[in-house]
Design a protein around this ligand. Structure first.
Ligand SMILES: NC(=O)c1ccc[n+]([C@@H]2O[C@H](COP(=O)([O-])OP(=O)(O)OC[C@H]3O[C@@H](n4cnc5c(N)ncnc54)[C@H](OP(=O)(O)O)[C@@H]3O)[C@@H](O)[C@H]2O)c1
Ligand SMILES: [Zn+2]
Ligand SMILES: [Zn+2]
Length: 358
């Protein structure tokens, strides 16, 4: 099958009216030797889609199709591609890297200084990227991954960004039996962090701004639950966690400093939160001194990490809690509006691509 000349997509045309997504077509990056072209069959709706679409991170270009939890079937390949036509593959938040910096050379291209995002990315030739709310996508096959046969496309889609973002900090911190892990913020990524931390054998505490998600957190496997609207929660539960992953979409209501106080001596907090660009973190240095604690950030995962995460998901049959919704202009709007209200348990996955892009 030869490659497409144009790709149909749904996206933002005006950041100030971002909740009016409309269809458009775009001309993809030429099919390079290492590339694959993928016909999309499912795409998760990540919290980052909302930040990118509403201008939280800036307003680089329109039209913009977001979506970087993509699963589909390979329909065209360059001669050096890792895949063949017909393979089922997934793509996450990164579609290429510079291949030349120290981070790329050390097999950590997720930290590449020239990282190219699956959307809101810019190739060295100036070509901009478009994501998975589209009929197809073309990416460097190094950033596409074979999907294990026992994982369905809708269940695996959220793992391609949300799953790896939750998983990488857990393995960096050597989480396993005997580790007490806190997950602060129980949304798309937070709920996947609970699933992975349990699969790795940890004792898990879900931390949320109120008690509305207590029942579901228990169903996901959480052993304990803390509501940050509970008076004096940080003194009541102090010294209860060795490691915390902070997964909220903002720091504004996340009680970051009080949640840090839940850490044991030498404990660590890693945040994956990618808040609106104007937000700042405020911490008293003495709080870190008194507990010899540390705080850090983490960005998605490397291709090696993603392959390992998919293996762990396959072996443990990890399935996120999802709500599927057929792709259309109207349904993207509905899903985004509900995401903003926190009205999804816990990840939307766009489906019905064949029906819409027929
Ligand atoms: N670092 C990376 O590589 C990476 C990769 C992907 C995504 N991200 C970022 O990770 C964040 C979470 O993504 P997601 O897909 O999980 O989003 P999500 O499904 O919308 O979940 C976000 C959760 O954050 C909490 N929250 C909402 N508003 C908040 C506020 N004002 N202050 C504090 N907490 C708040 C809520 O949890 P509770 O109701 O339980 O409090 C909510 O469920 C986003 O910022 C996204 O851009 C980072
Ligand atoms: Zn994402
Ligand atoms: Zn690089």
């Amino acid at each position: 099958m030869s490659e497409l000349k144009e790709i149909r997509a749904i996206g933002v045309h005006d950041y100030d009216n971002w909740l009016e997504p409309k269809e458009f077509t775009y001309v993809p990056q030429e099919l390079r030797p290492e590339d694959v072209e993928i016909k999309i069959e499912a795409c998760g709706i990540c919290g980052s889609d909302i930040h990118a679409a509403n201008g939280d991170w800036g307003k680089p270009y329109v039209p913009l199709a977001v979506g970087h939890e993509i699963v589909g079937i390979v329909t065209a390949t360059g001669e050096k591609s890792r895949f063949k036509i017909g393979d089922r593959v997934g793509v996450g938040a990164q579609c290429d890297s510079c291949h030349d910096c120290k981070r790329c050379e050390s097999r950590h291209p997720n930290g590449c200084r020239g990282m190219i995002g699956t959307y809101q990315g810019v190739y060295p030739n100036g070509k901009t990227t478009q994501g998975g709310y589209a009929s197809h996508i073309r990416v460097n096959s190094e950033f596409a991954f074979k999907i294990p046969d026992n994982l369905s496309s809708v269940d695996v889609a959220p793992l391609l960004c949300g799953g790896i973002t939750a998983f990488r900090p857990l393995i960096t911190a050597n989480v396993g039996p005997g580790t007490k892990v806190g997950v602060n913020g129980i949304g798309g990524i937070g709920h996947m962090a609970i699933l992975f931390a349990k699969a790795l054998g940890a004792e898990v505490t879900a931390i949320s701004r109120n008690d509305k998600k207590k029942q579901l957190a228990t169903e996901l496997g959480a052993d304990h639950y803390i509501s940050t609207d509970e008076e004096n929660f940080s003194t009541k539960h102090q010294d209860s966690l060795d490691f915390i992953i902070n997964t909220g979409s903002s720091f504004s209501e996340g009680h970051f400093a009080d949640v840090m106080d839940l850490l044991t001596l030498y404990g660590r907090m890693i945040f994956i939160t990618a808040p609106p660009a104007t937000e700042k973190l405020t911490l008293s240095p003495f709080q870190l001194l008194k507990s010899s604690s540390s705080v850090g950030g983490s960005i998605i995962g490397s291709p090696d990490d993603i392959e390992y995460m998919l293996k762990v998901a396959s072996e443990n049959n990890i399935k996120p809690m999802i709500e599927t919704i057929d792709i259309s202009e109207e349904n993207v709007k509905t899903a985004w509006e509900r995401m903003v209200k926190g009205d999804v348990r816990f990840r939307f996955v766009l489906t019905g691509y064949d029906k819409y892009f027929k």
